[in-house]
Design a binder for this molecule. Structure first.
Ligand code: DX5
Ligand code: ZN
Length: 216
């Protein structure tokens, strides 16, 4: 699959979210929305009401990444609201198969996220239940952290496990001009970038450059 870029609005200006989404709309494929509850991760961001507001203004589909303790309860509501993709964390979900199915039946793509120290192999048997596997390349919770190279072997193993299943492989955390080529070479095809996009002078141009590098 051609690489896709999903800029994370965690690094955008929260006082002008709609504008910051609009400036990358022609360049990006998705808008990555980090939902954090201060329990699963030590940070608190936004929830369903803000996602609903973004859905009313965004020209791009929303890629909602739920870093929350009770995804089984909340994830289907993000899908029902109209998110294009909803990712739950393996470490948090108590009934992942049921929740992934609920996301799909509400019409969204179902994603499964795994943290840097969580192995991918235990999830091989449920790859048929998901549309995207998200591999965290930093510990979740904050933008602007340093890319964890130690996750790259897992990206390779995940790509091999996916085989010819129609499952996208997303990397999230520390993805930048310096690291995106390594991620692409290891087999990732959806790239989340927060600080590398919104920290740039021209965010849309930063997205185009990242795409060019991922295509190499
Ligand atoms: C971190 C979030 C990421 C974050 C990435 O927990 O899941 O999506 O916004 O930010 P950067 O690209 O700056 O590492
Ligand atoms: Zn994220």
């Amino acid at each position: 699959m051609a690489p896709q870029i999903s800029p994370s609005i965690l690094s955008a200006d929260f006082s002008r979210l709609a504008d910051d989404v609009a400036i990358i709309a022609d360049a990006a494929d998705w808008v990555h929305v980090d939902v954090m509850d201060n329990h699963f991760v030590p940070n608190l961001t936004l929830g369903l009401p803000v996602v609903e507001a973004l859905l009313r203004t965004s020209a791009l589909p929303l890629d909602c990444h739920l870093m929350i303790e009770d995804p089984d309860r909340w994830a289907p509501q993000y899908a029902e609201a109209g998110a294009g993709s909803v990712t739950i964390h393996a470490e948090a979900a108590k009934a992942p198969v049921r929740t992934l199915r609920a996301i799909r039946s509400a019409g969204a793509r179902a994603g499964l996220g795994i943290n840097p120290a969580t192995p991918v192999e235990p999830y091989e048997d449920i790859l048929g239940e998901i549309d995207m596997l998200l591999l965290m390349t930093v510990e979740p919770g904050f933008g602007g952290q340093k890319f964890l190279d130690v996750v790259l072997p897992k990206v390779r193993r995940a790509r091999a496990l996916i085989g010819d299943r129609p499952v996208w492989l997303q990397v999230d955390g520390g993805v930048s001009a310096e690291t995106i080529e390594r991620c692409a070479e290891a087999g990732a095809d959806v790239f989340v970038a927060g600080s590398a996009v919104y920290g740039a002078e021209d965010p849309a141009e930063a997205v185009r450059k990242l795409r060019g590098q991922a295509e190499k």
